[in-house]
Design a protein. Structure first.
Length: 287
């Protein structure tokens, strides 16, 4: 996103320095040609200032808009070589800065927005909205250096919400809710690096709770990070009935707990170790 505008500026500055193949002046307008590229527009002392247009070798527009001291500045539009828009909006110092719209590089008959919102030094940065190639809404919220960063809402292409909450560099981070494509919750709680971490609840696709407790992140023997339960938690059958109430240790049932049958009767009650039932004892939770 940054190099296109900068390339235009280099071509024009080379022309001013006399390093290009052609330069013509007419009143306050200038025409510059180099390697098939052409600039036509306003100038002051042979330097583009005001409005001007730069063209590809095939004759299609490359850039059209404001200039200041030989560099694109102000409102402008950048085009792909096929003639479709690439960017339209504010430019400062030869880079996309401020509010603008960025388009996909498709060759179809219709231009499709990729992003609309705030830019900073060529990146999506600030509040903005991105779209799927179909034109459907993809994400709406805060951005930083072209990453989802801050609060935002991610959508499935069918229009249902996929996730809403806090982000950090395109990963779920902080409090947020993840949804199944059918619209029911999949997880609600705290996240870190795209993994559930802290107080949270997972759900079955039918909307009933699956797990409820505190999640921690551990690293397995293959070096991969996983999110597991640790501390007091409750597990549910898909029907919504309680399956287990008790303690976990890094993903294993460990400590005092009660395992229930789906009809509500107690299956096992007592102490567990590394996911194994070790002894029967009456359990009294204050939760």
């Amino acid at each position: 996103m940054k190099t296109l505008i900068q390339k235009i500026a280099v071509v024009v500055l080379m022309a001013v320095m006399g390093l290009v193949s052609g330069i013509c002046m007419a009143q306050n307008k200038i025409t510059i040609t180099q390697d098939g590229f052409k600039y036509v527009g306003e100038a002051v002392d042979s330097i583009p200032n005001g409005n001007g247009v730069c063209y590809y070798a095939n004759g299609n527009k490359y850039y059209e808009g404001g200039w200041k001291d030989g560099v694109p500045e102000g409102m402008g539009t950048v085009y792909y070589e096929n003639g479709h828009k690439k960017y339209e909006g504010f430019i400062k110092g030869g880079q996309f800065n401020g509010y603008g719209v960025y388009y996909y590089s498709n060759s179809g008959p219709k231009e499709v927005k990729e992003y609309e919102g705030e830019f900073k030094n060529g990146d999506f940065d600030g509040i903005g909205t991105s779209y799927y190639t179909s034109g459907a809404l993809e994400y709406k919220g805060s951005w930083k250096e072209s990453y989802f960063d801050g609060y935002g809402i991610l959508y499935y292409e069918n229009g249902n919400i996929e996730y809403k909450g806090s982000w950090k560099k395109n990963e779920f981070d902080g409090y947020g809710i993840l949804y199944y494509e059918n619209g029911n919750k999949e997880y609600e709680g705290k996240w870190k690096n795209d993994l559930s971490c802290g107080e949270g609840t997972t759900y079955y696709k039918n909307g009933n709770k699956e797990w409820e407790g505190t999640f921690v992140i551990i690293t397995d023997k293959n070096g991969e990070e996983n999110s597991v339960l640790d501390g007091f938690a409750v597990c549910y059958y898909e029907s919504g009935k309680v399956k287990y109430r008790g303690y976990f240790k890094q993903g294993w049932i460990d400590g005092m707990g009660i395992m229930y049958k789906e009809d509500g009767s107690i299956d096992k009650e007592g102490e567990w170790k590394d996911d194994k039932f070790v002894r029967s004892v009456k359990v009294n939770f204050n939760k």
